[in-house]
Design a binder for this molecule. Sequence first.
Ligand SMILES: Cc1cc2nc3c(=O)[nH]c(=O)nc-3n(C[C@H](O)[C@H](O)[C@H](O)COP(=O)(O)OP(=O)(O)OC[C@H]3O[C@@H](n4cnc5c(N)ncnc54)[C@H](O)[C@@H]3O)c2cc1C
Length: 288
Amino acid sequence: MKAYAFDYVRAKTLDEALSLLERAGDGGKLIAGGQSLVPALNLRLLGPKLLIDIAHLSELRGITNDESSIHLGAGTRHVELATSPLIGQHLPLLQTAIRHVAHAAIRNRGTLGGNLAHADPASELPACMIALEAVMHVVGPKGERHIDAADFFKGLYETALEADEILVRIAIARCPADTRFHFNELARRAGDYAMAGLAMVMHGTPGHGLRIRPVFFGIGDRPVLASQAARCLEQATHMMDALADAQQALLHDLQPQDDLQADPETRMQLAQVLLKRGLADLMAQGRG
Ligand SMILES: Cc1cc2nc3c(=O)[nH]c(=O)nc-3n(C[C@H](O)[C@H](O)[C@H](O)COP(=O)(O)OP(=O)(O)OC[C@H]3O[C@@H](n4cnc5c(N)ncnc54)[C@H](O)[C@@H]3O)c2cc1C
């Protein structure tokens, strides 16, 4: 199938992209790496009148840091995140996760902003953003606003972005020095979207102010912070002693969906297995 006819403009500045988007109204659509959008156009799932190309905007590029945070331009490509020494040093979770995102050719063009705005529930990076308590910097005709990652993903391919807004930057506060990261997913084949996945960030000591954020993806219509399971683990003196209770708490935290890949019971079991493996990995990092 071929896409419906559309006009195309390569925006030269962020302001130009914003005004084109506002003027186009419902008929306008941003394109960054095109790795999710172009298949949707070719399948005629979408029929925008105008594509606004933001792939070359300098305002969306770059990985920088300051005293308090790491800043990721929304136009940063997956491959750039995967090879950045700064990300390797401060946010290794993202580099582990990106190895599971699609294939090399897609990672060469796909962008962080496009991935997050697309909000596929089985996508790896949205879960990482919630685990890392990232803040989305968004601009629109009314100015700039900041949205916590936990409030950004609203449902199946749905975010808190308004149609006339652009995600420009993602800010992630520097993690404490004792932070441990874990990422794992279960997919039928390497490069496929996950049937279930888990991104976890933990710091502190069990029984003494431990803080843990287990975020599951590929289970429901959006990534979910398993807050009841986290509470069980945070209150335990020995984290592995609380494993069974935390696995049980997932029954309340998660609402697994039924689809061609797996039924809800299978997904719940996969989530419980992922939690067990993830905690074992976090504990092993402490011994290492
Ligand atoms: C075969 C295949 C396998 C894949 N497997 C995976 C996978 O395992 N895991 C995974 O996470 N992804 C996967 N993807 C998707 C891939 O990661 C894409 O790179 C990503 O989802 C979209 O990034 P993009 O820059 O290409 O966005 P585009 O396709 O250009 O845009 C996607 C959407 O985001 C909007 N958008 C783009 N940039 C912005 C912005 N800055 N502000 C607001 N809206 C914006 C667009 O309007 C569009 O609606 C796969 C894709 C393919 C084709």
